[in-house]
Design a protein around this ligand. Sequence first.
Ligand code: IMP
Length: 427
Amino acid sequence: MATVVLVGVQWGDEGKGKVTDFLAQRADLVVRYQGGNNAGHTVVVNGEEFKLHLIPSGILYPDKLCLIGNGVVIDPAVMINELEGLVRRGIAVDNLRISPRAHLIFPYHCRIDQCEEECRGTGKIGTTCRGIGPAYMDKAARLGIRVADLIEPEEFSTRLAYTLKEKNKLLANVYYRDLFDFKEIEAAYKKYAVALRKYVADVSLIVNQAIEQGKHILFEGAQGTLLDLDHGTYPYVTSSHPIAAAACLGAGVGPKKIDWVTGVAKAYITRVGEGPFPTELTDETGEHLRNRGHEYGTTTGRPRRCGWFDTVVARYAARINGLDYLAITKLDVLSGLENIKLCVAYQHKGEIVKEFPPTLHELSNCKPLYEEFPGWREEISHVRKNGDLPGNARRYLERLAELTGVPIALIGVGPGREEIMVNNPIF
Ligand code: IMP
């Protein structure tokens, strides 16, 4: 039996979908525990690309139970669309289970998300405008409406009537926007209830029973450590907890039940949205990484900001998540570069900074200090053994692991399911 939590080490988009897909081969259950359809996980199977936003990537295997925990916020329209899309492509979705304790996203959340971004002006966060922040705000304010309410028609209508009154007041009086019609939302969500009811089950109970039975369980994180509401680059963060501890909270399992934590990081680093980014490259090397790495958002299509791998960030993620292993993705994207740099520390007001700073002010004024490595010209997508990697690629990875203090278990060398090097299969 093993329970493994998979988390993003950087600002999201680390290639967790691909690593989940690899680990899911041996897992019995794949569980999502936070975030919503702000996430976008791309998995390529036999040359066919699947982009998933809400449904765990484990769904692409017919025999895995895929669960959505209480910590996730669900936009039911998006979920139904995603389910229908999978069914159209011949993927069975009967193995999906949704926690009744998960909160729902409503159209007013998306509109409020947009209004808040507009009001922030130049201080905008660069959210995905999928209503994630406003949905988590309602959860904390005890105004949220949960999957459990969706499938109880009377409860649903009562809660919606109350919440919508509050939201319409806000939209009319603060943002001067059109109001939402109760009947319209009620009718749409009653249809969603019919479509989703069959998937609703006590996720915490299922996961804990599976642990008792000695099954392999993979907890699939979305976003990344630096987007964590508490530990990320606040306020340029998401409104959930992408870190490993959230797997317990967002799936309903005790911390002692987690065996291993694996952090996924790109061989370089990217960020979408606003906020400081010490190793950002705004030159042609950044352009090279964006073009070769197809660094455009899966959810919003926005170009991602690209930079050198930052071991200050990786060490911080190792500490916050208690990482046992690293999975490094997209090593192939670095092929063809003359030189490659690793950020080993920052310089701030003449001091060397080795720990990730807690304030944005300090982080914004940090200059990266680099070690430079000769690059390699060879394409590496066919490589499956460490010994077959170009020497320069091997030396780069060895130093990266040494500076981060975490061994590398998996290395992604291409987008395909089989394009992965396995030092340690984890499960
Ligand atoms: P929100 O999650 O839509 O509220 O966006 C808050 C911040 O998190 C913004 O900077 C987004 O670009 C970022 N973000 C949210 N989800 C993802 C993701 O899956 N990958 C990368 N960045 C994300």
